[in-house]
Design a protein around this ligand. Structure first.
Ligand SMILES: *Cc1c(COP(=O)(O)O)cnc(C)c1O
Length: 413
């Protein structure tokens, strides 16, 4: 069972002030989860989570996470600028980008960010753009092939555009070292949205072994290992959940088995989680504006795929609660649809829900990450407001809804 973090009365009161659709985030849930993550990795002295800004690029949320000890993982110019304007700078920024424009390296360097190079050719590109190297540089590893866990193929790094080959890593470390870089980091992101307590420990073991080899081969002093993103959340109501304590413990075991005996017990671990930090603590709140009865039964809502594209693009499941009808039997089968002139604009297909009527308020669950941020303006649809539900129950507007003026602002007539 998935229960919304706000009641029908609360959300109706908010909707009276800020018209639907809107995204709302739960401060209490976000803080508690961030603290659980920090506790799970507290065995590692230098541990830091860099929140993947692309998942939810909203200053109020970045600042809230910063209060909980998180930095920002940026991968574009505007993400770096937003981080700076939030007062999150220096080693509180991880810059993990790919196909990177020169101006982004320049800004990342000016902000004193940790810089993670996606490719060996970026060494020369960076040097040309920036003119020097920071004390510490990281490199992104792509081991190729398939990533297998418990006899199951979880993803195909060999098909991914990211990172350097194993041979390139050795070469990159040698070159960077010859250019005066003193400390090194190692990063890899191999599988997205994992619901397995084994993913991080398995990835950690790969990175730890590679770090030991790299130190032996190149003499590089490796001080940072970045497990990146990829810890998932259960989108299905009875979906399996990750246990962050078991994950943290699994990484600790790999650390003690591989790094400590190699004399590398000073390595700081970091993560760049996005989905895990926020997805469950966001709802898209939308109102039913139409019912349609043709070959199938349709419920038309005032949100559309421009507000949440995961169902349209990935066929992703997002649970739906019809507020006030939580205890009624789910005995009606609906497609819950938005207004885009695209037949993929369906939040749910053949979903069993209680009898739903015009005026009902719906909560679409787990939209706190890769939700609002993937929004777009197709069909001239406008981006919605974002609201933060404070721990004291008050609702704070943290991004206003777009207006037609915003939509027209870039046009040349
Ligand atoms: C997208 C991304 C993340 C966050 O991924 P999640 O699946 O949201 O945890 C972290 N690091 C990099 C480099 C990314 O591209």
């Amino acid at each position: 069972m998935k229960i919304p973090f706000a009641t029908k009365d609360q959300l109706e009161a908010i909707a009276a002030k800020y018209p639907t659709p809107f995204h709302i985030y739960d401060e209490k849930g976000i803080r508690e989860n961030a603290r659980r993550l920090r506790r799970a990795f507290s065995w590692n002295k230098g541990y830091k989570e860099y929140f993947a800004v692309k998942a939810t690029p909203t200053p109020a949320l970045l600042k809230l996470l910063h209060e909980e000890g998180c930095g920002c993982d940026c991968s574009s110019l505007t993400e770096l600028m937003m981080s700076e304007r939030c007062g999150i700078t220096g080693s509180d920024i991880m810059f993990s980008s790919n196909d990177t424009p020169a101006e982004e390296f320049i800004l990342a360097d000016r902000l004193g960010a940790e810089i993670n190079l996606d490719d060996i050719t970026h060494i020369e590109f960076f040097e040309k753009a920036v003119g020097h190297f920071p004390r510490r540089m990281s490199c992104r590893y792509n081991p190729g092939g398939t990533f297998v866990s418990a006899n199951e193929i979880m993803d195909n790094p060999g098909e991914a555009k990211y990172g350097m080959t194993r041979a390139q890593l050795s070469e990159a470390f040698r070159i960077l070292k010859s250019k005066g870089v003193e400390e090194f980091g190692l990063h890899a992101f191999l599988v997205s949205n994992t619901v397995s307590n084994d993913y991080y420990p398995q990835l950690a073991a790969i990175l730890f072994r590679t770090a030991v080899e790299l130190r032996q081969e190149t003499g590089a002093h490796i001080t940072l290992i970045n497990l990146s993103g990829g810890i998932g959340v259960p989108y299905l109501p009875d979906g399996k959940e990750n246990n962050i304590d078991i994950i943290g413990e699994g990484v600790r075991r790999a650390y003690e088995e591989i790094l400590v005996p190699a004399g590398m017990g000073d390595v700081a671990i970091c993560t760049e989680l996005g989905r895990y930090m926020l997805a469950p603590y966001g709802h898209l709140v939308t109102r039913v504006i139409h019912e349609k009865h043709i070959y199938k039964e349709y419920i038309g809502v005032d949100a559309c795929a421009a507000n949440l594209m995961r169902p349209a693009v990935y066929g992703a499941y997002h649970h739906i609660t019809v507020l006030g009808k939580e205890n009624l039997p789910c005995d009606h089968k609906y497609d819950v649809v938005g207004s885009l002139c695209e037949n993929c604009d369906k939040f749910a297909v053949d979903r069993m829900l209680p009898k739903t009527e015009i005026g009902d308020l719906l909560v679409i669950h787990d939209t706190g990450a890769h939700g609002f941020s993937m929004g777009y303006n197709y069909n001239g649809r406008l981006r919605s407001a974002e609201i933060l539900l404070r721990e004291d129950g008050s609702a704070e507007l943290i991004r206003r809804a777009e207006t037609p003026d915003d939509y027209f602002a870039t046009l040349v007539w």
